[in-house]
Design a protein. Structure first.
Length: 273
């Protein structure tokens, strides 16, 4: 009876875990793609057509097709990555960075996205050195960004199923080595399931908050308050990444640089990632 009670608790926990992961996927799939500019829908556009235009060096046409695909089909790391390449080839570095950043949000484990994002950032005027952080924070970010949210969700469910199977082996077998294997294997899978759920949750929070932005104006004066006549603090240039601190003032956003500087800029000078 005691074993059956424990088994029932595990089944309830599995249902809760699967339900939470499914909710994350729904929220991610229903997220609204943010347009980089007013998109004229290219009728009949497909990835093959966009890829073909890109290979022919017709980057403007390819960009329009990828934008149409994003507007119709929703957010995709592949489309954002390819669109970023189109903008990069047209030397539109701010929009290229925005696309690479959005692709990175959706698939942070992709090495090509990481490389191209670093390449585009290297072409910006402002070189900001982020503040140092504790090694375990860096390690935790590396683990979280090792895979996409969907892959973490699959790993969480898979590890839970394996944990359940191993725990059943521990409960219902009498052989010593099988009981030990079941017990320690179940504990390992439980820890992996917890890590995967935490990583998926962290990525989900980052995807839904969207509180970082890229400067799209060639240069902008950052002011001490949301007023054109306020004190000029410093100047930032296109392509710089900023954190949006306050959105309460109409037409203005309070931003913070990675190095800690804070000020206000017009809302049309930046675009949220």
């Amino acid at each position: 009876m005691k074993r059956l009670y424990i088994l029932s608790l595990l089944i309830v926990f599995f249902c809760a875990t699967a339900g939470a992961q499914g909710d994350d996927n729904v929220k991610n799939d229903n997220s609204v793609s943010k347009n980089l500019r007013k998109v004229s829908i290219v009728e009949g556009a497909s990835k093959q057509m966009a890829d073909s235009a890109y290979r022919k060096d017709d980057f403007e046409t390819a960009a329009q097709m990828y934008e149409s695909l994003l507007a119709i089909e929703g957010e995709s790391p592949v489309y954002y990555y390819n669109l970023g390449n189109c903008y990069y080839k047209q030397e539109n570095i701010p929009l290229a960075i925005i696309c690479y950043e959005r692709a990175f949000l959706l698939d942070p484990g992709d090495a090509d996205i990481r490389f191209n994002l670093a390449l585009a950032r290297g072409k910006t005027i402002d070189k900001v050195t982020p503040p140092s952080e504790m090694f375990f924070i860096t390690w935790a970010k590396t683990v979280v960004n090792f895979m996409s949210i969907d892959k973490w969700a699959v790993l969480a469910i898979t590890s839970f199923v394996l944990m359940l199977a191993l725990f059943l082996m521990y409960l219902f077998t009498n052989t010593i080595w099988m009981r030990k294997t079941g017990f320690y294997g179940a504990v390992t899978m439980l820890l992996l399931c917890i890590v995967a759920n935490l990583a998926a949750y962290s990525q989900h929070q980052t995807l839904t908050k969207r509180d970082y932005a890229i400067v799209i104006a060639p240069s902008i004066v950052v002011r001490s308050s949301p007023n054109e006549s306020s004190t000029e603090l410093f100047v930032i240039h296109e392509g710089s990444k900023v954190h949006v601190e306050d959105e309460s003032m109409k037409g203005w956003r309070e931003i913070k640089l990675e190095e800690g500087k804070v000020g206000w800029v017009p809302v049309d000078a930046i675009e949220v990632i």
